[in-house]
Ligand binder design. Structure first.
Ligand code: ATP
Ligand code: HSE
Length: 314
């Protein structure tokens, strides 16, 4: 069946995410109350992208833009390309900081393309959208919470990625410490060794299992549950200030980890009121985004464009 495209714009709201959460490398993730909004419309030719907020003036404004590339890939899977596309991005998620900005852009692209095709959901169901987004990103741990919301466990089979979302216990209180400098996931992955000691793998398996219990039912166990030996120490020389802040928070009893591939730090429990991280960090208390990405028809309203709509608490 040839594709037909819906008339008028569609929009998607995608959350920031924090992957790994300490021991859950490439598997565990959490959706956070800080969002990008992207609107897309089919046009008669070309690709135009308007970027507001994070990445404005830096990101490409044509078919090299990550959302546009994810859309083109998704249209191929759906069975055909529209003549042209116009995109408008209202970005609030800091980019290349370990808060899942690339996954948010990819998930936005997959969901927008699907929403622009009249019978898109019949051609690509939610499980297929997760598999496609994870394939484009290369690993599923940010894509899963971005799509599903909450705390997610993701895995990869030969047939592609799968994920489940679990409700988070009261008492889990995310705070992110965002530095000015950036760090690309690609660079942080290159710092990892090809093999790790068996004892370290065993430790991580136990702590990752404990973390599932701690996040869903027993926040008092978050400090021991967030110990990691698979990635954070190997990456520390490339982000010494991040490693120092994680160590200082943990010494103060706070369940702190490197967020994703860094350099942002995520605390899952509240730092003491007198904890002073230093002026180089932007400190935001964020809600947990329970619902994941949402799609709607029409353009973004004026009131939904501001930073307040992002859900940032402080
Ligand atoms: N909203 C966006 N629109 C277009 N491109 C983006 C967007 N967000 C990120 N990117 C692209 O992805 C790159 C960052 O991806 P990267 O995976 O390194 O970091 P991250 O996703 O922010 O962090 P992490 O994967 O550790 O959580 C940016 O440099 C940019 O090229
Ligand atoms: N699991 C990934 C998350 C960042 O994309 C990593 O740490 O490399």
């Amino acid at each position: 069946m040839p594709l037909t495209f819906t008339a008028g714009p569609v929009r998607v709201r995608v959350p920031a995410t924090s992957a790994n959460l300490g021991p859950g490398f490439d598997a565990l993730g959490l959706a956070l109350g800080l969002h990008d909004d992207v609107t897309a419309e089919v046009t008669s030719g070309g690709v135009r992208v308007a970027v507001h907020g994070e990445g404005a003036g830096e990101l490409p404004e044509d078919d090299r833009h990550l959302v546009a590339r994810a859309m083109r890939r998704t249209f191929d899977v759906l069975g055909g390309q529209p003549a042209g596309l116009a995109l408008e991005c209202v970005n609030r998620i800091p980019q290349a900081r370990g808060l899942g900005s690339s996954s948010a852009a990819i998930v936005a692209g997959v969901l927008l393309a699907r929403a622009l095709v009249t019978d898109g959901v019949e051609r690509l169901d939610d499980a297929g959208a997760l598999r496609l987004a994870a394939e484009i990103e290369g690993h599923p741990d940010n894509v899963a919470p971005c799509l599903l919301g909450g705390f997610t466990i993701a895995w990869t089979e030969p047939s592609g990625a799968g994920a489940v979302s679990l409700p988070v216990a009261e008492g889990v209180r995310p705070t992110v410490f965002v530095p000015a400098e950036r760090g690309l996931t690609e660079t942080a992955r290159a710092a990892l060794p090809a093999t790790v000691p068996h004892a370290d793998a065993a430790l991580n398996a136990g702590r990752a299992a404990l973390l599932v219990h701690a996040l869903t039912a027993a926040p008092a166990l978050l400090l021991p549950a967030t110990v990691d030996r698979l990635h954070q120490d190997y990456r520390a020389p490339g982000m010494p200030q991040t490693a120092a802040l994680v160590a200082a928070l943990r010494a103060a009893g706070v369940a702190a980890v490197v967020s994703g591939a860094g350099p942002t730090v995520l605390a899952l429990t509240e730092p003491p009121a007198d904890f002073a991280p230093g002026t180089e960090w932007q400190v935001w208390r964020l809600a947990i985004e329970a619902s994941g990405a949402t799609v709607a028809r029409g353009r973004l309203g004026h009131a939904e464009r501001g930073p307040v709509a992002a859900g940032r608490k402080s």
